[in-house]
Design a protein around this ligand. Sequence first.
Ligand SMILES: Nc1ncnc2c1ncn2[C@@H]1O[C@H](COP(=O)(O)OP(=O)(O)OP(=O)(O)O)[C@@H](O)[C@H]1O
Ligand SMILES: [Mg+2]
Length: 410
Amino acid sequence: MPTDFKSLQLKAGIAFSPAAPIDKYSLFSGRLDELTRLIDAITGKGQHAITYGERGVGKTSLANILHEVLKNIGREDVLVTKINCDTSDNFSNAWRKALREIVHISEYPTVGFEPETKQIVMDLSSGLGKVIVPNDIIKAFKRTKKSMVFIFDEFDRIQNNDTDRNFADTMKALSDYGIDGTLVLVGVGDAVDDLIKSHESIVRSLIQVRIPRMTVDELNGILDKGLKELSMEIDDDARERIVILSQGLPHYTHLLGREAVRVCLRSEQIRVTLPNVNKAIEQAVKDAQQTVTSDYQKATSSSHKGHLYKEVLLACALVKGDDLGYFSLAEIRTPLSRIKGKPFEIGQYAQHLANFCTEGRANVLSKIGDKYRHQYRFNNPILRQYVIIRGFMDELLTEDMIDLMPIWTP
Ligand SMILES: Nc1ncnc2c1ncn2[C@@H]1O[C@H](COP(=O)(O)OP(=O)(O)OP(=O)(O)O)[C@@H](O)[C@H]1O
Ligand SMILES: [Mg+2]
């Protein structure tokens, strides 16, 4: 049968999903260690979990496929409920949303000459007052005999002061009463410390699962799964280019994968080549989120001729930094010297970094530490990646500099 290139073009948007978390295990790549630890928390009595990691690293996707994984290991009895928290939430309404999802049947005997048992269908939020306290959650759990998992995605967006303490108290009480329920809190980096500070004794019952950037194998897995869905193939150098430009962030593997596939299909081929990927990079730059492109513009534009903002920001993006993404001024020297093709000293770019931490340059970086030992990091990992891809398109970063890009090994 001849290949239907037009439907493959459309299907590419399903096989690769840069803008949406994964919700099917068949499209989910890697993360076996993290999954194992989460499943241990769910199947182990009295344990809870907190998963955290950089923006865009794959936290929601991991949470989304938990119910399918539990089913695959024979625990379809576990009810998994996922709630998205936002800044307008507090502990009470986050839990109300959660408990509303669980329907159970209450039985009660009628009185009279011929007593019988009547059943009413309720959800677990019924009967709760306006303000929900941890003890209410315990009572709600006791009303059903089911194993339950509640996942609170973006729980650190709840800004109420008592949130951490209330969640910590709830976890502690569930463990102490031996109730078959697990809380999984999903947040970004600093959320864990705050939670633990609220209740040091929960450390024993809390499994902390850090979601690091993805390994080369895991990123390759994303490409393999997407290409398999489309019955397409890819050259090794094209694959390597996508993986290295992704720098451990799955969003870019999906974005570049999808665009490269589409470029390839437009020329009625089914094997993706390096020129296809290079063309896809241009498209990816064009399609980047508007906030990312406007922040980049604000950070790097200047009326001074020969200014260095683009080059310095690119050099920052090329430094791997520590576990939390922080890097020092000195680390910029090598990549910047390579980009400009001549040696640079700290004094020539220190002010640029200071400026990147201001509103006028879109706060693209933030800094910590004292005056003599400042450490910097990107506020948005997706922007950092855009800087690299944009640098590649603008030929500030050339083929012979690919070795500057760190290979992400968590
Ligand atoms: N294990 C995975 N396999 C394949 N694709 C993945 C995987 N994890 C994440 N992705 C993809 O990466 C992108 C970001 O994933 P996701 O939304 O889950 O990240 P996140 O950490 O929740 O992001 P945010 O911090 O913005 O909430 C999505 O396009 C998603 O499809
Ligand atoms: Mg998310």
